[in-house]
Design a protein. Structure first.
Length: 394
């Protein structure tokens, strides 16, 4: 069979699928249906598509979801083809006008810097807690446990940290902010979000169905959040997930139609979180077109009064609020927040992932979380399509 090398050829996908299957079977000498990382890398390298180290690490981070360093053919077959096609299309754009659309790593600090600093602050305390001798490192298994439990990074980012930056089974956590920015940058410029977008809605619905034990097509916001935080097919960060839920469910209803939500999420990804959308946000920042007045207005609140409101809604005096109570507390505060921002802030403020906001979380993190959520919305609003004027019946 003739070699098909043109990634835009309609036959390319089937061609590479057959080729990978043949190579995987050959490499799987013990017939276990699995390959080690080294065996898998050798298989992909043998195709000679000139993927670089970051491409390979991203492939591993995505297809080996639980990071057990074993690649199963059944787990990766369709996804690996999407990834390779994505990387080849990106490489094909090098040297063209398309390349000029790729953002720089440093420019991403404008969008993600505060969020990454907040994550670094929260996780830094966790890292130090398992470093009693203050060596500045945490064992790889402890790093895995902390990143998995805390839900402040995506699966792709988590696996990149575990695979690339962990040396001799230990991680030097002073570099966390730098490393997570690098990981996020590589995920964004990989093009994997855009290449896989056509399948995102269907895959989300299938995952939601597994949670829908009643079979009524409804899930709670917390269930939606849990599913999306554990998916490896989208590039959404935790904050982007919370914001997407907030925009779809601005009143904080306890049940959400997940098929409608999946369609909404696909549209949201394309509109606000694609590489092109990020480029446009940075452009709006460069030309001073962000509405920073909203940020100033949201910062005008009294911390003592906020604590009083927290106590008011903590009827049982147990030191925490449910997410719905937290939203009511914020509404009463007078802080200028839209309904979607209220929901987003509640989901984001749950730093322990237990669907409750305790006073310690509130006291330590509220000012920075408020700033992050507002800035996130300001960036999104800057590229929001103008609302259509109602048609004149006359």
């Amino acid at each position: 069979m003739a070699e098909i090398k043109d990634v835009t050829d309609p036959r390319f996908e089937k061609h590479i699928s057959r080729k990978l299957e043949k190579l995987f079977t050959k490499a799987d000498a013990d017939k276990t249906g699995t390959l080690t990382y080294d065996e898998f890398i050798a298989v992909v390298d043998s195709i000679n598509y000139k993927l670089d180290n970051w491409d390979m690490q991203l492939i591993l981070a995505i297809i080996d979801k639980n990071n057990d360093r074993v690649i199963r053919y059944g787990d990766f077959h369709g996804l690996i083809i999407d990834l390779i096609i994505s990387f080849l299309l990106r490489n094909k754009a090098v040297g063209t006008e398309e390349e000029l659309k790729i953002v720089s790593k440093e420019s991403l600090r404008l969008i993600y810097g505060d969020e990454i600093n907040q994550t670094t602050q929260v996780l830094g305390k966790k890292f130090k807690a398992v470093d009693p001798e203050t060596k500045g490192t945490v064992p790889k298994e402890e790093l895995r446990k902390i990143l998995t439990q805390e839900k402040h990074t995506s699966i792709k980012e988590r696996n990149l940290l575990l695979n690339i930056y962990t040396k001799d089974d230990a991680y030097e956590y002073k570099n966390f902010a730098r490393d997570i920015l690098e990981a996020r940058y590589q995920v964004i410029i990989s093009g994997t979000l855009e290449s896989h977008i056509g399948k995102v809605e269907e895959e989300m619905v299938e995952l939601f169905k597994k949670k829908d034990v009643k079979g009524n097509g409804l899930l709670t916001p917390q269930q939606i959040k849990e599913v999306l935080l554990e998916t490896n097919f989208s590039n959404l960060t935790p904050l982007q997930i919370y914001s997407t839920i907030g925009v779809f469910n601005p009143k904080g209803e306890n049940r959400m139609d997940y098929k409608s939500f999946a369609a909404h999420t696909k549209a949201t990804i394309l509109q606000y979180y694609s590489l092109e959308a990020i480029r446009r946000k940075l452009e709006m920042h460069t030309f001073g077109k962000l509405n920073m007045e909203e940020m100033k207005e949201s910062q005008e609140y009294n911390a003592f009064e906020m604590f009083g409101l927290f106590r008011k809604y903590d009827i049982n005096r147990n030191g925490y609020l449910e997410l719905s109570e937290y939203a009511k507390c914020l509404k009463d505060s007078g802080i200028k927040l839209s309904d979607p921002e209220l929901v987003t802030l509640g989901l984001f403020a749950d730093t322990c992932g237990n669907n409750k906001i305790d006073y310690e979380e509130f006291n330590k993190h509220f000012p920075s979380l408020l700033k992050i959520v507002k800035m996130h919305q300001i960036f999104n609003d800057s590229i929001k399509p103008p609302e259509k004027e109602p048609e004149d019946d006359a």
